[in-house]
Design a protein around this ligand. Sequence first.
Ligand code: PEP
Ligand code: MG
Length: 545
Amino acid sequence: MKVFKGKGVCGAIAMGQICVFKRLDASVKRHIIKDSEAEISRLERAKLLAKQELSAIYDKALYEVGETNASIFEIHIMMIDDDDYNESIKSIIRTQHVNAEYAVSVAKENFASMFSAMDDSYMQARAADVKDISNRIIACLSDKEQYDILPDEKVIICADDLAPSETVSLDKEKVLAFVTAYGSSNSHTAILARNMNIPALIGLGEEFLDEISDGDMAIVDGFTGELYLEPDDRTLSKMEKKRQADLEKRMLLHKLKGKDNTTLDGRRVEIFANIGSVQEIGSVLLNDAGGIGLFRSEFLYLEQNDYPTEEQQFSIYRKVLESMAGKKVVIRTLDIGADKKCAYFGLGNEENPALGFRAIRICLSRPQIFKTQLRALYRASVYGRLSIMFPMVTGVGEVERILSICQLVKAELEAQGQDFDKDVELGIMIETPAAAIISDRLAPLVDFFSIGTNDLTQYTLACDRQNPLLEPFCDTHHEAVMRLIEKTCEAGHSHGCWVGICGELAADTSLTEKFLKIGIDELSVSPSNVLRVRDRVRSIDLSAK
Ligand code: PEP
Ligand code: MG
């Protein structure tokens, strides 16, 4: 038996045979051609075919993993038409008189190395995308499949890395788990695997690829990040027990559907869900969340090539509110900036984007964008129970400006005879140390606080949340963060605000008891964590010493 250690992306256990993911011969030969223009026409036909394939993959992804995750394939379609990329290929064909396959493969390497050398991690990730689309065009030029078809039985797919299109194209019914030598936990592939709910391990290192062959027996432990190759009997039976226990736990958790989030001594807490798109509502309902505690509305903007109109936004907010059938829905206004970049906003580069022009700062500086979103939100408010929340607040003046813009929007809607709920709750995220420290001054202005522990932790501990090197320094349980949470909760309650937590810490069940003792009213977590947190709440006795 051999054991390899990587990082678990999706917590579950899979046992079965390995299938090494094979890309079919991608080697490209160089030929001299006579008619460059005919070769360029051949290239254009192949690009068309590649785009048709990608649009079919997009439809499949839309169905399996939702719009936000599927949008990568729309980006791929756009990349195929990128001017610089195309000009480069055509120029290679024309100046070197070479075949299109060769020109695409040269452009692929040039663009991939250019992206990899960039400072920005988002741009670095584009290297994999440009390789992916180039391989597709080359396959279309040569009329070949890109990779082998999977065997009939379910298998553990092992690869150096998987491109997003490869992950989605694989028949989900035949995949027990994904295991890759490279990759990061925030890569699109990892996100897709998580959303497809397939156990996945990443970053096992290159050596692992030399050790595996098709048909080898393996166990994937998505909890510990371990892969057991040809496991011995002891490991096999230990892992079988762990798998059974996990399955039983999942079944048990589903038995908690319909049950209260009440501690043994009778204290109730709301458990809501965080989402980024309408497609995730199915999962919110399936996991029996009491409402939506954070709808990250910026994803609507990130999925588009231009500002979403009032009508587009209205129809989305309405859909969310109608689907939640009277349960509370907290929609956060645009939180663009920092790692969430949106080209058409024309924000330019910043030295420190996390400390930069983002979220409410953009909204207050560009009130037309803000007002459009607020109009859509207020108009949708009659279709359910809406609360509006504002991100990245640091001071009283900001909140006063936000509230006066809300008043203005309401007055305009009223004058136009538009229906809206006059009592929509307004709240702010407490995700800067400044907001937490002056929470007693902010609380009288609003109806609720929702603590964004992801940003609150990064700003309090001065640890960039995007930088994996800082993981050892980023103590999410740090006393400074805990004190700010306590202070915020106390200040909110003394002015009649309800106080929730919507950062990742809300799902940390080692802190649930502490949060309840502090008096937190609501925990908003990813849909798949709702029942796990409910289970924890129901086991707590706050009266016990
Ligand atoms: C947070 O900062 O904790 C939060 C919930 O917002 P986001 O993760 O979207 O920045
Ligand atoms: Mg935040």
